[in-house]
Design a protein around this ligand. Structure first.
Ligand code: ZN
Length: 499
């Protein structure tokens, strides 16, 4: 175990270095540096892959796996070996030639996708997408699967999740969301989102973001906030966690909600026990559990009445225009205004998961070979019409909007929705466990919730798997019911719906 730990520590140095280079690429790097940075990152990623596989060069991992199977390792060592073995088993099935070919294609395709999106030219992207889909199908074959090749891809992002389970949950969700959206749209209550428009100089927005992050528990001694085109969070170590936000001068909430989201990710990274750094016990469980933390702070907290009861007066003080003359209830309604949008990242809580379901259905069909890439725009536009009730004017605002497929991220989208479901289920339990939670939120006191999340989720690293954790924390397996209850209660009240 000591030998394995030493090896993992070495890998952790490489991972932190890669994270720092990627952060720098988005935040500081001059444009001309992009090409060389890409080469450096690819080199280090290859080195990391080789070093990881070398951890079993002398049969160390095989030996430890045998000890694990015999039950002769203690609790924590068992988790370390279980997780490292899981990753090793997958990686060693992928020949380095294949890994390089895929990385190369992802890099080329991302570049061409950016151009295709800008010029609204799906035809430009199509050949790259065809090659990528074929490579991802090959990856699934190499890794192996029982039910569908999609399972093999999903497993990279959400260990243990299955397509079968997703199909069931997403079907329930769709059956709930589509009628809810229709009811909301036919409600007599018409929020006025234009109330929230104004002029918000970026330095003032940045100060407010920092104030909110601090209130939520973000440790500025162990983290920083910068600006980038696409907001993200990255953890180099629990004591060095960086997030970014984005800014529009006329839309305060474009940045504010993105910041709350990224702070949620950061609190998870800062909450992991530093003494476990480098081992799976010092890593987050999965993308969906990570997303549950960001979504919980962004939505359950950041779009709640309680949160704004505390912060609205502060907002009125910082930006007297437009907020001084707005009644609280009108503000709260405008903030939670539901309307189908073409763009996923601008969607409200009700329609967001419909965007994900569309992507899930499409990528599943692509990987299972029941849909050809050339038919993507037609199928996309039809689904947007069916689920969201709007027509797509062009591919830039349609099938070309997200970077994921061009970067080879097939099986990633579902983790966003799973994150929303986990968030609702965790928050419902937090409310039941912390009887004064709502009162503390109205006082701007986020410490009890933050501490609860840390103790229940963050501190354990990968000790529990996602499905084990949700049972441990909430007493129930993951389902869509807490999320549906949350939306039903909130939007029934807001839009005066009758059921
Ligand atoms: Zn996120």
């Amino acid at each position: 175990m000591a030998q394995l730990r030493a090896h993992l520590e070495e890998l952790a140095h490489l991972k932190s270095t890669l994270a720092l280079l990627q952060w720098d690429q988005e935040v500081n790097m001059p444009a001309k540096g992009a090409k060389q940075r890409g080469t450096t990152i690819a080199y280090l990623a290859g080195l990391l892959h080789d070093k990881f596989l070398a951890s079993n060069a002398t049969g160390l991992l095989t030996e430890l796996k045998a000890a694990l199977d015999k039950g002769s390792l203690d609790d924590k060592d068992s988790v370390i070996v279980r997780e490292v073995w899981r990753e090793y088993e997958r990686e060693q099935k992928l020949p380095s030639q294949f890994v390089q070919k895929l990385a190369q294609q992802e890099s080329v395709a991302t570049h061409i996708w950016a151009q295709a999106r800008q010029d609204n030219r799906f035809d430009l992207f199509l050949p790259e997408l065809e090659t990528l889909v074929a490579l991802k199908q090959e990856e699934a074959r190499l890794v192996g699967y029982e039910d569908t090749p999609y399972d093999a891809l999903l497993d990279t992002f959400e260990p243990g999740a299955t397509t079968r389970e997703l199909k069931q949950i997403f079907l329930e969700l769709k059956d709930f969301l589509v009628p809810l959206l229709q009811k909301i749209q036919s409600s007599k209550i018409k929020p006025n989102p234009s109330l929230l428009a104004g002029r918000f100089p970026q330095p003032k927005q940045e100060r407010l973001n920092r104030e909110l992050a601090q209130a939520l528990g973000f440790d500025f001694g162990a983290g920083r906030i910068d600006a980038s085109n696409h907001p993200f969070a990255t953890g180099l170590h629990p004591e060095d966690v960086r997030i970014t936000s984005r800014y529009k001068p006329d839309n305060l909430f474009y940045s504010l909600l993105a910041t709350l989201h990224e702070v949620g990710h950061a609190l998870y990274e800062q909450g992991i026990a530093a003494e476990n750094f480098g081992t799976p016990l010092g890593e987050s469980i999965s993308l969906a559990i990570h997303e549950s933390q960001s979504r919980l702070w962004e939505n359950q907290v950041g779009r709640s009445r309680e949160f704004w009861q505390f912060f609205f007066p502060r907002l009125q003080k910082i930006f007297p225009r437009p907020f001084q003359d707005i009644k609280f209830d009108d503000f709260y309604l405008a903030l939670n205004h539901v309307a189908p949008t073409l763009i996923r990242t601008e969607a409200d809580e009700v329609t967001y998961n419909l965007h994900i379901i569309i992507r899930f259905e499409i990528e599943l069909a692509l990987i299972e070979d029941t849909l050809q890439p050339k038919d993507l725009p037609t199928v996309w536009n039809q689904k947007v019409q069916d689920y969201l009730g709007i027509s797509v004017p062009d591919d830039t605002q349609g099938v070309l909007q997200d970077i994921h497929w061009s970067s080879g991220l097939f099986g990633y989208f579902p983790t966003y929705t799973l994150g929303n479901l986990y968030a609702a289920q965790f928050f419902a339990t937090a409310k039941a466990t912390l009887p004064d939670l709502e009162t503390s939120l109205t006082k701007g006191d986020f410490q009890p919730l933050g501490e609860w999340l840390r103790q229940m989720i963050h501190i354990h690293g990968k000790y529990y798997t996602a499905s084990h954790l949700v049972k441990e924390v909430t007493g129930q397996p993951l389902s869509s019911s807490a999320f549906c209850d949350y939306l039903q209660t909130k939007y029934e009240t807001l839009y005066h719906l009758t059921s």
